[in-house]
Write a protein that binds this ligand. Structure first.
Ligand code: PLP
Length: 393
């Protein structure tokens, strides 16, 4: 499958058939595995081979299919699937860091990622330096010879700021630091993060990979050595394994990932163009618009503006709420990457925990609305958005 195009890998990659030769991937909803003999059990605990399982917290055939399909898609050597995106972020960072290590992280992070970097890691003696991820000078100044790793979201939530993966990787690698990338907003379809320098790649598969709002999941990808000797020992003993049921749902999600995400991004581009300059909006942030300050980087790194928009509605919180409540097709929720289009008001939900000053520093105003574009008809979505903006006045 390695020489096949991504869409083919997404449909066939990692498939292993049981003795029944089923077409659709089998779900092995089992915690344990039977040994032929006591000797075989003993042997497997000493060293288990690729298709030899012990316990679903360590590995499971359906989960292994999901891991292999993802690794093939990303061009990574290996992968470990997790119970959620946060289990992946926590596992990737905590498994490699210890007291006395130095981590440099972008400041613009998903709330729970910021909690790990800013609250949990320092509690265990990890020194953390936060930088503005879009400013290469700040990365250069912060990364030191004793820096163990750098961490960032390649496109930030919710203000869609990009980090130049190639440039930051050059800075980090020059000092021997590992590059850890949370790649959710960039999506596996548009991003080529491993070839751009990411050593450890993380997804919340809850988002575009499930793509239909059903299951929580995550995945950590990297070299075989890093996944097996650093990530796996931590994950298998701390209990963040993906459920076989989730792996099965998300394997089917992967089959349609490319079709869905390309359609979503195409709609997002059309929506951004239709909303840009609207009188009821202060700003339209979409990396696919020529006016986006990182438009060139978005084209070079992703070749697309992605599936997300951030728009600043005039009239602050009141204006934003009036707009949200007037939408008829687009639902108010806090997930993203779903087949259904979703709006979120970050200031009062996902980023409510932050102080107003902190929110302002991250560009999260009271009028800011995040839009995750689904796979509905583009014209219907534009009509819904425009008529709701009319209500704002
Ligand atoms: C959603 C998200 C996460 C967390 O994923 P869960 O599956 O909800 O645990 C981490 N990082 C980013 C950028 C996200 O959008």
């Amino acid at each position: 499958m390695k020489d096949k195009k991504p869409r083919t890998r997404l449909v066939h990659g990692g498939t292993r058939r049981s003795q029944w030769n089923e077409v659709s991937e089998a779900i092995f909803l089992t915690q344990g595995f039977v040994y032929d003999s006591a000797e075989q059990a003993e042997q497997r605990f000493i060293k288990s081979g690729p298709d030899e399982y012990i316990y679903a917290r360590y590995g499971n055939p359906t989960v292994a299919m999901f891991e292999e399909r993802m690794a093939l898609l990303e061009g990574a050597e290996d992968a470990f699937a997790t119970a959620s995106g946060m289990a992946a972020v926590n596992g990737a960072l905590v498994s490699m860091l210890r007291a006395g290590d130095h981590l440099v992280s972008a400041r613009a992070l998903f709330g729970s990622c910021l909690y790990i970097v800013d609250e949990i890691l320092p509690r265990f003696g990890v020194e953390v330096t936060l930088v503005d991820g879009a400013d290469l000078e700040q990365w250069r100044a912060a990364v030191r010879p004793d820096t163990k790793a750098v961490f960032f979201e390649s496109m930030s939530n919710p203000t869609l700021e990009l980090v130049d993966i190639e440039a930051v990787s050059r800075i980090a690698h020059a000092q021997g630091a590992l590059v850890v990338v949370d790649n959710v907003f960039s999506t596996p379809v548009f991003s080529d993060a491993v070839s751009q320098g990411a050593d450890v790649l993380i997804y919340s598969s809850t988002k575009h990979i499930d793509g239909q709002g059903r299951t929580l999941g995550g995945i950590i990808l990297g070299t075989q050595d890093h996944i097996r000797s650093v990530v796996e020992p931590y994950m298998k003993h701390t209990g963040g394994a993906m459920s076989p049921f989730t792996a099965w749902v998300q394997l089917k999600g992967l089959e349609t990932l490319d079709l869905r995400v390309r359609a979503q991004a195409q709609s997002a581009q059309a929506i951004a163009e239709a909303l840009d300059g609207h009188g009821a909006l202060e700003t339209v942030i979409y990396p696919g618009l020529a006016s986006h300050r990182q438009a060139e980087l978005a084209q070079r790194q992703l070749g697309s503006g992605g599936t997300m928009l951030a728009i600043e509605v005039a009239g602050g919180k009141e204006g934003a709420f009036r707009f949200l409540n007037a939408l008829e097709i687009i639902i108010i929720s806090n997930n993203l990457g779903d087949a259904k289009s979703i709006v979120t008001h970050p200031a009062t939900t996902t980023h409510q925990r932050l102080t107003p000053d902190h929110r302002a520093a991250l560009g999260i105003g009271d009028g800011l609305v995040r839009l995750s574009v689904g796979i509905e008809d583009t014209d219907d979505l534009i009509e819904d958005l425009l008529s709701a903006l009319n209500e704002v006045g």
